[in-house]
Write a protein that binds this ligand. Structure first.
Ligand code: SF4
Length: 341
């Protein structure tokens, strides 16, 4: 067990965790909502430091991050646990393990080992992903600092429920993030996620202010968030608060976990969402979890910039971070680097 970094003692016994917007007040012997932080004798401890439940080398496009060193590999890690309980979670076996099975397991992998393995496997970044990285903050923080010293970038794939205090501590080492904006209705967040919407919106604004490269994902679920009005609210928020250059990934729902009885999202709804994204001024709107190509075009002249099939890049025509046809700059980090290196 390692002592937590972000908490305060309320009295001799109780502590308040200030890592995520649940702000759990935890009595001795008890756990927070995430079930991976415990009050032991008036001190707060993380139970998942250096416990990886998942370690993979992924294309960075799988995060999804399409404008962050395109075509590069990302060393991807997770510990068990999450501060949300989404009814549609694709990784529920590991994200809900501490809550549902009252059990934490994982391979011991200290930060030094993660960075060494990322370097050895030629990864351009380390991704903190699969479960919610906020709840394994201390592990991610120590790893991210070492990664930067070694010239490796760091990205979070997150639900965005962290506090400003956490982002302020981490941001010198956090280069990019994909934030899941799951809906734009408070009641959806409260009923199906077990959290609030507003802190997620605040995190998106804070990340922009801190200069973290940001892409946004919305999983469109039939009967949950597939109304055009709500999708327009999401697109409008991204365009206005993050800027039109922020990529929006519209992902197709597949039945699973507590939503096994629903059909996959009809393609027509995804295409309508993509149109809405463009109508709201977003330059880059992508469909995910669908067959076929998902390409990047210049938002000024429509020139094909990056051709993708699934997570794989077929062609990258970007030169000096710009469109080879009209010279317009392509937004992102490491755009136009040699992805075949
Ligand atoms: S990380 Fe969030 S859910 Fe977990 S104990 Fe802290 S405030 Fe609670």
């Amino acid at each position: 067990m390692k002592e937590a970094q972000l908490y305060e003692r309320l009295d001799k016994e109780r502590v308040r965790c200030i890592l995520c917007s649940h702000y759990c007040v935890i009595a001795p012997g008890k756990l927070g909502v995430c079930n991976v932080r415990q009050n032991v004798d008036g001190n707060l401890y993380t139970l998942v430091y250096d416990r990886t439940i998942s370690q993979n080398i992924d294309p960075v496009e799988k995060k999804p991050l399409y404008h962050f060193y395109p075509g590069s590999k990302s060393y991807s890690i997770a510990t068990p646990g999450c501060n949300f309980r989404c009814s549609w979670c694709q990784n529920w076996e590991i994200s809900q393990m501490p809550r549902e099975q009252h059990f934490i397991t994982g391979r011991e992998a200290p930060p030094e080992k993660i960075v060494a393995e990322a370097l050895r496997s030629g990864c351009r970044s380390i991704a903190y992903t699969y479960t919610e990285p906020t709840i394994f903050f201390e592990y991610a923080y120590d790893t991210a600092r070492l990664a930067h010293e070694a010239g490796v970038a760091n990205v979070f794939v997150t639900n965005g429920y962290m506090t400003t205090e956490m982002l302020t501590l981490l941001h010198p080492y956090l280069d990019g993030a994909n934030v899941d904006l799951k809906a734009f209705r408070k009641k959806t967040y409260q009923r199906l996620v077990g959290a609030g919407l507003e802190p997620v919106l605040e995190s998106l604004k804070t990340m922009k202010a801190l200069g973290i490269w940001l892409e946004v994902t919305t999983l469109v679920i039939p009967g949950v968030n597939d109304e055009s009005d709500e999708l327009r609210d999401v697109a409008h928020f991204i365009s206005q608060e993050r800027g039109p250059e922020a990529p929006w990934h519209i992902s197709r729902f597949q039945p699973g976990y507590q939503m096994a009885d629903r059909p996959p999202t009809p393609i027509q709804i995804l295409q309508r969402a993509q149109e809405i994204g463009h109508e709201e001024g977003l330059y880059y709107v992508y469909l995910g979890n669908v067959a076929g190509e998902s390409n990047t075009h210049c938002h000024m002249c429509s020139q094909l910039l990056i051709q993708r099939r699934g997570y794989w890049i077929i062609a990258d025509n970007i030169r000096d971070c710009s469109c080879p046809s009209c010279g317009t700059q392509v937004s992102g980090i490491g755009m136009g680097w040699n992805f075949s290196e």
